[in-house]
Design a protein around this ligand. Structure first.
Ligand code: GLV
Ligand code: MG
Length: 326
């Protein structure tokens, strides 16, 4: 296994509020996706690509990555999972053909750590052979069945290339026999949130390994309110982003996974107030009052998360900290 260049050059901190799925076999979508305001695109060789179209889609994706304008976007290709016979050719064709113009490979239906290690080794050999920077290309792992969820901790820690853990609700619902056909919505008959355990399990593995946690698709593409509600559920827990299947879902995802202006301003104020109160001038105090609120080191950590997400989303603060006088 390789050592990656560094955590900052490995794009763990890239914003991924909206991750746009683009069928790799459709040149029109490959073109159109470039102009959309998604944080990430993933060009799909898996379920959105018919078996007979996989070979030509690999080449269409290489062409689109090498010639398109993807500026500002994280560029990902989803290959087929290791239980098929397509995976190695997907990886070799795409990475040999467009490695320097690619940020991550997404591996679907990951079941154990060995599947990540296998992809890591293949990527390393291709990078070495082609003279690319070894370890630059990251891995996104989709959790889509019970075995993957049970092994998610080992999967998250299986390679320094790992950047995200992605929930795949459609395949997951099928794999556990959940009684619903409406992806992301609650199955009728269960009075609580049927996804809570799964989402939390993924989130804990991601956080324990310093990775991003990404929620999967919402298939009712015309129902933006429904999308917002489901995305809001994942965002409230701490997820970093969600897949989008349609341009109409992009703005909603970018908004739901960014802090509000009010929360961003509040977080920046907490950081300033705490920095001041712990300083010589502020009396070297470990806790302080910000208005009616007591803040301490834990408040600073919470504020850092919100401020970091806000800055990454391009927010600018609209308030200023004034040290108390007298
Ligand atoms: C995505 O791949 C899903 O199965 O939901
Ligand atoms: Mg799937």
């Amino acid at each position: 296994m390789i050592a990656r260049p560094s955590a900052s050059s490995a794009g763990r901190l890239r914003p991924r509020r909206s991750c746009l799925a683009v069928p790799g076999s459709n040149p029109r979508f490959l073109e159109k996706a470039q102009g959309l305001p998604a944080d990430q695109v993933f060009l799909d060789l898996e379920d959105a690509c018919a078996p007979l179209a996989k070979e030509s889609a690999r080449h269409a994706i290489v062409h689109a990555l090498n010639t398109g304008d993807w500026s500002g976007k994280t560029r990902v290709v989803r290959v087929n999972d290791w239980t098929t016979h397509w995976t190695y050719r997907d990886v070799i064709t795409v990475v040999e053909g467009a490695g320097p113009n690619l940020d991550c490979i997404m591996l679907p239906k990951v079941q154990d750590a060995q599947q990540i290690v296998a992809l890591d080794l293949l990527l390393t050999q291709i990078e070495q052979t082609m003279g690319f920077t070894v370890g630059r290309i990251g891995i996104e792992a989709q959790i889509e069945n019970a075995k993957g969820l049970v092994n998610v901790d080992e999967i998250a820690g299986a390679s320094p290339r790992m950047e995200t853990i992605v929930f795949g609700p459609a395949d997951f619902m099928a794999s556990i026999n959940m009684k619903s056909l409406v992806v992301g919505e609650q199955p009728p008959g269960y009075p609580a949130d049927a996804y809570h355990y799964i989402l939390m399990r993924i989130l804990m593995a991601a956080r324990a390994h310093d990775l991003q946690a990404i929620d999967g698709p919402y298939l009712q593409i015309k129902n933006v309110d429904g999308f917002r509600a489901v995305a809001g559920r994942a965002a409230a827990l701490g997820f970093d982003g969600k897949w989008v299947l349609h341009p109409g879902q992009i703005d909603a995802a970018n908004e739901v996974f960014s802090p509000s202006q009010e929360d961003f301003d509040h977080a920046e104020l907490i950081l300033d107030a705490y920095a001041w109160s712990t300083s010589e001038a502020g009396g070297k105090k470990g806790s302080a009052m910000l208005g009616d609120e007591m803040i301490d080191e834990a408040s600073r950590k919470m504020a850092l998360v919100i401020a970091g997400k806000g800055r990454a989303a391009g927010l600018h603060r609209t308030s200023k900290f004034e040290p108390p006088t007298g």
